[in-house]
Write a protein that binds this ligand. Structure first.
Ligand code: 5GP
Ligand code: MG
Ligand code: MG
Length: 174
């Protein structure tokens, strides 16, 4: 496994992301919706750097089997009431963009005052939708990455750094 972003780089990136979000919303109360499971580490680090009154909720999406994309499922059973609230979606990575594109459309139906999104990573040249997140910490090359919340078959989320998975790391027949 090859390290792409170490702990210091991640910390600096999250700090800048928080600065941009704080500058944009000012003192306005904000509702953060973390998209599980990949955004748990980013969410935990980011919310502690936000200065406005903040509510935190979650919803869950899943679309990957190993390193292959499958059908997207969205579980919004744990959504907060966000009617007439400023809402910021948090996700780990913007890849093809289908996840945030679909989640944004679904969450918009709950009637927020505003709806934006922030991601840790954006994979260069992979996007298949018009939608773009308003806040991006890092643009990265088109490689499958793990760590800092991102998984391969539910492993590696606990790594404190971000790494590229190499062929020798893949499970046989996965
Ligand atoms: P999208 O719908 O933008 O193609 O993909 C978004 C979701 O796919 C992300 O929230 C993430 O869970 C997963 N994903 C996309 N690229 C990667 C990657 O390089 N590594 C990991 N671990 N997950 C990824
Ligand atoms: Mg995800
Ligand atoms: Mg995953």
């Amino acid at each position: 496994m090859k390290t792409l972003l170490d702990e210091n780089q991640l910390n600096d990136g999250v700090e800048k992301l928080a600065d941009a979000i704080n500058a944009h919303y000012g003192d306005k109360p904000l509702t953060i919706i973390c998209i599980l499971t990949g955004s748990i580490v980013l969410g935990a680090d980011l919310i502690r750097k936000l200065r406005m009154p903040t509510r935190v909720g979650v919803l869950q999406t899943s679309s990957y089997e190993g390193t292959e994309r499958g059908d997207l499922t969205i579980n919004a059973e744990m959504m907060l009431d966000i009617k007439d609230r400023e809402v910021l979606l948090i996700d780990d990575i913007f890849d093809t963009g289908h996840t945030l594109d679909k989640v944004t459309a679904l969450v918009a139906d709950y009637g927020p005052t505003s709806l934006q999104s922030a991601v840790l990573l954006c994979k260069t040249g992979r996007q298949e939708v018009e939608y773009r997140p308003e806040f991006i910490a890092f643009d990265i090359p088109d490689e499958f990455v793990v760590g800092y919340g991102l998984d391969y078959n539910d492993e590696y989320r606990n790594l404190p750094y971000l790494a590229c998975l190499e062929d020798s790391d893949l499970e046989p027949n996965a």
